[in-house]
Design a protein around this ligand. Structure first.
Ligand code: ATP
Length: 286
């Protein structure tokens, strides 16, 4: 469980969070979105106890991460966007670090390394950046911490690597975890996300399960301006040649399709329109 109440945090020159609230009570895969510099990585570090709130309370699995209680550290795994690894092999990493995570599965680690096509005994110093990232993610996934925080996990992975990552995270053994993924790769990850969080202007602008978004919003591509003019409840549209991808209110009973990249742009440029559609559809948000 993750509970944040009244969080304020800023760096010397940048105020990032002010009265920020967030509650994640259910297991699932949460996509954390926001513009560059909106504070996503900072939020993950606050949850992992690497940064401390200046006001308010952050609670993860019933502990305040700032105390860095070993009982919590065994339950939370953060894979930062940039990391430094000792020059070990994946197998040596397991031998030296798995003991910190009581639920770590040696068997799953081996399977994930196989999925990622990594050799257990090859040293990190001999691996490419993407291969190192896969090795660290295989370890993090196999740790089975109840809370898993991934900062831009697919950055630096090739197309096959992204698919491998999605295939692993969608496996049933991860269903009981809270997985928070900060990403700009909205389209890439939309099939595995169950819930969307959007951070904007020091607040949580949107927190909604994917099915709720599908009930409230309709997204598609109009062939031209005339077709776009026929779309009711238009919230956002853009131009791609003659085509007009759009986000509109879903006025029917059937759930619409959710394209996270379009939603991201709609939220960035017409947040009020999206939130209004959520209110009108009476689906939970924030
Ligand atoms: N150690 C630091 N010292 C001072 N300012 C920082 C520090 N780390 C981050 N910042 C600033 O805080 C803001 C938020 O940074 P953060 O990395 O959390 O954003 P982000 O949403 O993850 O960004 P991106 O999408 O670009 O990865 C940025 O303006 C950044 O310059």
């Amino acid at each position: 469980m993750i509970h944040i109440e009244g969080l304020s945090f800023g760096y010397r020159k940048t105020r990032l969070y002010d009265g920020f609230q967030l509650r994640l009570d259910q297991p699932g895969v949460y996509g954390l979105f926001g513009r560059n510099g909106s504070g996503k990585s900072t939020l993950l570090k606050l949850l992992a106890g690497l940064l401390f709130p200046q006001a308010g309370r952050v609670s993860v699995q019933g502990h305040e991460p700032r105390h860095r209680d070993p009982r919590l550290l065994a339950q939370v795994m953060l894979v930062p966007e940039e990391f430094h690894l000792p020059d070990l092999s994946p197998e040596a990493l397991r031998r030296t670090h798995a003991a910190f995570y009581p639920r770590f599965s040696r068997e799953a680690f081996g399977e994930y390394l196989d999925v990622f096509e990594l050799e257990r005994d090859r040293r990190f110093g001999e691996m490419s950046l993407g291969q190192k990232k896969k090795a660290v993610m295989a370890f993090a996934l196999a740790s089975f911490t109840p809370v898993l925080l991934l900062d831009e996990p697919t950055n630096g992975l090739d197309i096959v690597g992204r698919d491998q990552f999605k295939a692993i995270i969608a496996r049933p053994e991860h269903r009981e975890r809270i997985v928070v993924i900060s990403t700009h790769q909205a389209h890439d990850l939309e099939r595995i996300l169950g819930h969307v969080l959007f951070v904007d202007a020091a607040k949580l602008a949107l927190s909604a399960p994917m099915p709720a978004l599908a009930r409230a919003l309709s997204m598609g591509v109009a062939d031209d301006d005339a077709a776009l003019a026929g779309v009711e409840g238009l919230i956002y549209h853009e131009q791609m040649g003659t085509q007009r991808p759009y986000v509109a209110r879903n006025r029917g009973d059937a759930p619409g399709s959710v394209h996270l990249e379009l939603l991201y742009k709609a939220l960035s440029l017409n947040k009020a329109g999206v939130l209004d559609a959520m209110r009108q559809a009476e689906v939970a948000h924030v």
